[in-house]
Design a protein around this ligand. Structure first.
Ligand code: SAM
Length: 280
């Protein structure tokens, strides 16, 4: 039976109603599903963390390829369904919780997870906060392979001086190398979302730029993109340095104060934030 019919059967058997507010668009395309799991490179030495297993289609495929899968699902109506669809897998644990509230490191320790790969068809309303949380908090994660809105994927892989380049691009590039995996049109899901989707893989790396204060670095990035039309000198006033000091900082970093944030590379943001850090 194909994935779409299987999903429709389960949904009708349990009389499950999709909750739009929880971003419930279940993946029903076998090719895309295989591409996600292939690109995550799961094997018997790795553990998978899934955010939002739904009725467990991705979960099953992952469980058959890796040591252990821990899947966090917020919707209590899905917990008994997952109990059935995953009953023949003894290496899967479902955590009934809001992924945004889970302490990932505690979870990894409690579940004895290592060599962790995050794999998910993410609920789109939490894409950015989830990615941010994993980058900034989760230790031991090797890669994040996720289905997300195509627009967001384009922001993750954007180049400087393009409309998609912004704080999210720099966040992703600081913590990872991002690669496109596959596009997924609305027909790959039940129900069909309104937007196109894309799978991207983020391979976690040690940052390649030397940043003295990460909080300040990301604050400067955020402020630089807050008002995209403003020059850097104007955008960065809220950082708290007087204008003359800020001008000195630009000169020391070798950056023209009239430039806009969207033209700066990650190396330039690192340089600028380090100079400002020394002056504060
Ligand atoms: N993995 C399934 C698939 O590919 O068909 C379902 C993906 S569906 C796009 C998103 C899933 O995330 C749903 O099961 C939804 O209930 C769950 N979800 C939504 N918000 C969540 C949250 N904050 N924490 C954990 N799970 C969440």
């Amino acid at each position: 039976m194909n994935l779409a019919s299987k999903t429709k059967d389960i949904v009708s058997h349990f009389d499950f109603r999709f909750a739009k507010s929880l971003g419930q668009n279940f993946l029903v395309d076998n090719n895309v599903l295989t591409k996600i799991v292939d690109s995550a490179e799961l094997d018997d030495t790795s553990c998978a963390l899934e955010i939002g297993p739904g009725i467990g289609v991705l979960t099953q495929e992952m469980a058959s390829r890796c040591k252990k899968v821990v899947a966090i699902e917020i919707d209590d109506r899905l917990i008994p369904i997952l109990g059935e669809t995953l009953s023949s897998y003894d290496n899967v644990e479902i955590v009934h919780s809001d992924a945004l509230k889970v302490d990932f490191n505690k979870l990894f320790e409690e579940k004895g997870m290592d060599n962790i790969k995050v794999v998910a068809n993410l609920p789109y309303y939490v894409t950015t906060p989830i990615i941010n949380k994993i980058f900034k908090e989760a230790k031991g994660v090797k890669s994040i392979t996720v289905m997300i809105q195509k627009e967001v994927a384009e922001r993750l892989i954007a180049k400087p001086s393009t409309k998609d380049y912004g704080a999210l691009t720099l966040l992703a590039n600081y913590y990872s190398d991002v690669e496109k995996v596959v596009k997924a049109p609305p027909s790959c899901f039940i129900p069909n979302p309104k937007v196109e989707s894309m799978v991207v893989k983020m391979n976690i790396k040690e940052p390649e730029v030397d940043v003295k204060d990460e909080k300040l670095f990301f604050r400067i990035i955020r402020d630089s993109f807050n008002m995209r039309r403003k020059t850097l000198l104007n955008s960065l006033k809220p950082v708290g340095l007087p204008s003359d000091k800020l001008k000195e900082a630009f000169a020391a970093a070798g950056i023209d104060e009239k430039r806009r944030g969207e033209t700066l590379t990650i190396q330039e943001f690192a340089m600028l934030s380090n100079v400002i850090y020394e002056m504060m």
